[in-house]
Design a protein around this ligand. Structure first.
Ligand SMILES: *Cc1c(COP(=O)(O)O)cnc(C)c1O
Length: 394
């Protein structure tokens, strides 16, 4: 029968403890989510600064709806590109010290578009993409689907990257890494990456989905924090769905790069533009994020969590970001601990292979600026109890 493989693929996933199921959230308020009629403290959201529920963001969105309507009605090259989109692009370009910015409907689309446009079949065959092993699936899939040769260097391993870049012939080379890695919360060694790329005339691309909004003097992310120019990081990508609390993404770079993408990036050309109201709300959120209060509160909560967890004897990684993984090492254990936390009223997802490498199945705790010290204490207490009861892997 046609498509027989689906049933057996699902069965295999289930047997190995890797079957994924969605949980339907009934509502969310003040950091508490309701699922299946039960309430949980939410330590699973990328809404690091609690901007999703910010009154001003919501109000601006509503005003945008009144002004521009619900959807944008067309792709950006037809009539979907409005002054709201342009204002957001211009704000980002100025704050990031880039010549130009292009908006996308999602980070997934932006990464795919970039790879497809820069490494099209006609020009891509002399091209090389060197990507950190832990790059997001949207970039890796885009790179694999392109005409470039894709090689992956060991996570944050500059000597390995050096060998790969020296050994491979290429006309155009893009080195790709992330500002803050999504599943580990650690950062790329950006100054080493910049130096190596300069030495080999390669372009550095940073996916700053988790650094944007959180890092830097104005919350503009990794490039602001390290004062990285467009020459040092020619391709900067970040999303609005995490710290900014709305949705969508952008690519920032030279005017030429953006003009090229407008002409060749099919995800941009053939997709309905993001609603103008969403662009307005996103711009409002960015102007709020410029104020340091929420970012400082987040940093404080990260420190509180790490102190309490260390005192409780839990083993943490080196991450100093809002993403705090607790590595368990097998999928069943990760699920069991996640379930144990749930029974104690705390929502923390189990992240399993293939999202993370085999034997590094984990809990992914995410902190935000609005968690109270009591919330964090409750998390640590529940972790301590649940981990004690967990049956070790194997
Ligand atoms: C979330 C994420 C994306 C995808 O962004 P969306 O806007 O959610 O599609 C891309 N890269 C990284 C590192 C991410 O964390």
């Amino acid at each position: 029968m046609a498509f027989d493989f689906m049933a057996s693929a699902l069965q295999q996933k289930a047997q190995a403890g890797y079957l994924r199921e969605r949980q339907c959230v009934e509502y969310e308020k003040d950091g508490v989510i309701s699922v299946g009629g039960q309430h949980y403290l939410n330590f699973a959201s990328n809404d690091y600064l609690a901007m999703r529920q910010h009154q001003g963001v919501l109000q601006t969105w509503v005003e945008g709806l009144a002004q521009f309507g619900g959807g944008s009605g067309a792709s950006p090259l037809v009539t979907g590109y409005t002054q709201a989109h342009r204002a957001l692009e211009e704000y980002l370009a100025e704050k990031l010290n880039r010549e130009a910015v292009l908006l996308f409907n999602s980070g997934f689309a932006a990464n795919q578009a970039l790879c497809q446009a820069l490494f099209a079949a006609s020009s891509g065959s002399n091209s090389l993409i060197l990507a950190d092993k832990f790059m997001h699936a949207s970039f890796i899939d885009g790179a694999m689907g392109s005409a470039a040769t894709l090689k992956r260097f060991k996570h944050n391993d500059i000597p390995h990257l050096k060998t790969l870049i020296a050994d491979s012939y290429h006309q155009d080379c893009l080195v790709a890494s992330e500002g803050i890695f999504s599943m580990d919360g650690d950062s790329a060694p950006v100054s080493d990456l910049v130096a190596l790329c300069e030495q080999h005339s390669a372009w550095l691309m940073l996916d700053d989905a988790h650094g944007f909004g959180v890092l830097g003097k104005n919350g503009m992310g990794t490039c602001e924090q390290y004062d990285l120019s467009v020459d040092q990081v020619p391709v900067l990508m970040a999303t609005f769905g995490k710290a900014v609390g709305t949705a969508g993404a952008f690519i920032a770079g030279s005017r030429e790069l953006v003009e090229y993408l407008v002409n060749f990036a099919r995800h941009y050309i053939f997709s309905t533009a993001m609603p103008a109201a969403q662009a307005l709300a996103t711009l409002y959120s960015l102007t709020e994020i410029e104020k340091p209060e929420r970012r400082l509160a987040l940093q404080k909560n990260i420190a509180i969590f790490r102190d309490l967890a260390t005192d409780a004897g839990l083993s943490l990684t080196e991450s100093t970001s809002a993403i705090q993984p607790v590595i368990l090492g097998c999928p069943k254990d990760a699920l069991a601990v996640s379930e144990g936390l749930r029974q104690r009223g705390i929502w923390v997802p189990a992240i399993r292979h293939p999202t993370v490498p085999k034997n590094s199945d984990r809990l992914r705790i995410t902190l935000n600026s609005e968690h109270s010290q009591n919330d964090i204490q409750a998390l640590v207490d529940a972790l301590q109890l649940t981990m004690r009861d967990a049956i070790p892997c194997n």
